[in-house]
Design a protein around this ligand. Sequence first.
Ligand code: ACO
Length: 331
Amino acid sequence: MQKNYGVKFLSFSGALPSKVVKNTDLEKLFDTTDEWIYTRTGIKERRVVDNGESGLSLSLQTAKDSLNKAKIDPKAIDLIIVSTATPDKLYPSMSCMLQGLLGASNAACFDLSAACSGFIFGIATASQFIYTGQYKNILLVGVDIHSRFLDWNERSVAVLFGDGAGSVVMSSCMAKDDELMGFILRSESDTKLDLTLDNENVTFSQFKNQISPNFVKMNGKAIYQFALRVVPEITNQILDKVNLSIDQIDCLVLHQANQRIIDAVSERLNIPKSKVLSNIQNVGNTSAASIPLAIVDGIKSKRIKSPCKMLLIGFGAGLTWGASIIDCNIN
Ligand code: ACO
């Protein structure tokens, strides 16, 4: 593609709810143990919204932080994309509600639904508006509040997820300074419905019946196999595309679905553990927020040092998966 401009990643930020739910708290809800959860998933605790917190309040917190760090006035934002599969409302969109709270009155706004791949799909989408010169400054937020869509009586899925939001400001620069080396997006219809969250309210004729709750349903083994199939494959494809070898990657930021998946994929890719980011122990699977939250954690812990070639990989419901390589001076 002919690029008229390049993309700069100005400022990654994250926001987590204040309430911590430890594995030992879940032991009181259903028949499970801290040991079972930790050995199967790598998770010790997660955060959940409470006391007036919401997807929107976390999005606002992280967006303000990204804009402040990037020193960008909200009025200079041309586009807001919020990647989420669990919006606070079906409409208005999260991005439109966020626009109002930020005072980003010049921004066009839309939400993007690609579940746990949402941040990668968001980066790819935003980059197209920048490459063509359509927009200069884009705010991308990944946010998911799964705690409102979990059956807290059902032990196999409820232990996995946590709530959170993450964001970045992407701005245009000269084409030669482009920090987005490349991306690949893939999808494959989940015909067996291995990972679903229904949104089935009553029809007109069922009007007097109670609305049935909609919860996340997952075939854990199928999703594990899906991740182990597509992640190594897309890694090789993106490395080929940008003409790099895995040794030239400084940092692998995989969607934080499950520590067992992170470990198994890293082993297959033959990438040293020191280069693989993981923050799932303290936050659980935060879906569209997991990649920016892992990056923020990596910056804080100094595991990401500037400049850094980062391989970002998301995979999730849809089914969707995607990879991008960014070579940036992170802050
Ligand atoms: N505590 C205790 N026991 C449990 C729990 C729990 N929380 N959950 C399930 N079990 C039991 C089951 O009932 C079963 O008991 P049984 O043998 O008496 O029938 C036993 O543990 C084994 O159950 P499995 O489902 O076979 O457990 P498995 O070892 O496969 O681990 C897990 C389940 C962790 C979900 C695994 O399948 C996995 O890692 N899947 C990947 C899916 C994933 O990570 N999804 C993340 C969200 S989706 C995404 O982000 C893309």
